[in-house]
Design a protein around this ligand. Structure first.
Ligand code: NAP
Length: 323
């Protein structure tokens, strides 16, 4: 059993590293569990979802843009500069029933902590095709975030497609109509689950077209996407569609499975519930930041902001403990 840590941060995306920077500068000597890569297509990577983003153009302070992996490497460097320690393991279960909290690592070790910040993010769901994942990883025009990537020069005045029929898919499609020559919405059924208002935006957009009852069964192109192979879910007929960008918007899955049974309160979709206007969970001394507790904004900058809040909340909590 280890010594008691002041604060353990679980996760190494923008929320986790920002929490580490603040906690380290407050002299809390945080320990970050960076995580280990998992099997594709689920892709939980050390560094989080930004490891799948080629160019980040909307994070303030980088007027020329920066790649997602470079940005995460910089975040880590900045956190380590102030004394953050890291471990390349996962936390596989948590016992928050008594203090200090007990965290079990993927190597079977138990780590004790006075405060915990959960910043494990949410994974975009992918269709699960080999070529989809290959081109998503290489920045070849497949993405799970139109707001992050849609405005890149490669997508301007090009035919693009969004997969999905929920609010995210239609919001992303609507966003893309501003840049693309044409936006196809590829949906596996003949009705959207998105709100009527969101549907109207797509039906009214002159450069948007809905392809009903279609699934993507392959993504075409070597270095960059050139199109997709579609299958009609009613007739079984196959067809190709020329594209220069594919945005997969079929939901997200928060990384909270390891918290099952820990007493942490979730919403119906398994995102962590937070006290309004703070990073506090229902368990005193356990805080959450970033996409794991945010199904709405899901941006690097909003996650970083939440990481900052969590570190400050943890610092206040720890200083109250020691007085
Ligand atoms: P969602 O509502 O769960 O929709 C996911 C969509 O992806 C569904 O249309 C589903 O098809 C489709 N899908 C799932 N798996 C698929 C697969 N393997 N292949 C092809 N299609 C697949 O997810 P979301 O759109 O991300 O929204 C999540 C929540 O956030 C919702 O509650 C939503 O209302 C909310 N949200 C709100 C706003 C807003 O109000 N501005 C914006 C974004 C999100 P089926 O319909 O056939 O199941």
């Amino acid at each position: 059993m280890s010594e008691i840590e002041n604060v353990v941060i679980i996760g190494s995306g923008p929320a986790g590293w920002t929490a580490a920077i603040y906690a380290a500068r407050a002299d809390l000597k945080p320990l970050v569990f960076v995580g280990v890569p998992k099997s594709t297509p689920s892709i939980v990577l050390p560094g989080g979802q930004l490891m799948l983003t080629t160019e980040v153009e909307n994070y303030p302070g980088f007027p020329e843009g920066i790649t997602g992996p470079d940005m995460m490497a910089n975040f880590q460097k900045q956190a380590e500069r102030f004394g953050t320690r890291t471990r390349g393991e996962d936390i596989v279960s948590c016992d928050f029933s008594e203090k200090p909290f007990k965290l079990e690592t993927s190597k079977g070790e138990t780590v004790l902590a006075n405060a915990v910040i959960i910043a494990t993010g949410a994974m975009a769901n992918w269709i699960g095709l080999d070529n989809e994942m290959r081109l998503a990883r290489s920045g070849g025009g497949v993405s799970a975030c139109a707001v992050c990537d849609g405005a890149l020069p490669a997508f301007r005045d090009q035919p693009l497609a969004v997969v999905g029929g929920g609010d995210s898919a239609l919001e992303e499609a609507s966003y893309l109509t501003k840049f693309a020559s044409k936006v196809y919405v590829i949906h596996r059924r003949d009705a959207f689950r998105a709100s009527k208002a969101m549907q109207k935006r797509i039906f009214d957009a002159p450069n948007a077209e809905v392809l009903w009852n279609k699934t993507v069964i392959d993504v075409l192109g070597e270095d960059v996407i050139t199109g997709v192979l579609l299958k009609d879910t009613v007739t079984g007929e196959e067809s190709t569609l020329d594209l220069r960008g594919l945005f997969v918007a079929i939901g997200h899955t928060p990384t909270t499975e390891f918290l099952e049974g820990s007493g942490i309160a979730f919403d119906d979709a398994k995102y962590i519930n937070l006290d309004s206007r703070s990073s506090k969970t229902n368990i005193e001394g356990v805080f959450a930041a970033g996409d794991v507790a945010d199904s709405v904004y899901r941006q690097a900058i909003s996650a970083a902001g939440m990481g900052c809040q969590a570190a400050i909340d943890a610092e206040h909590y720890l200083s109250a403990l020691s007085t």
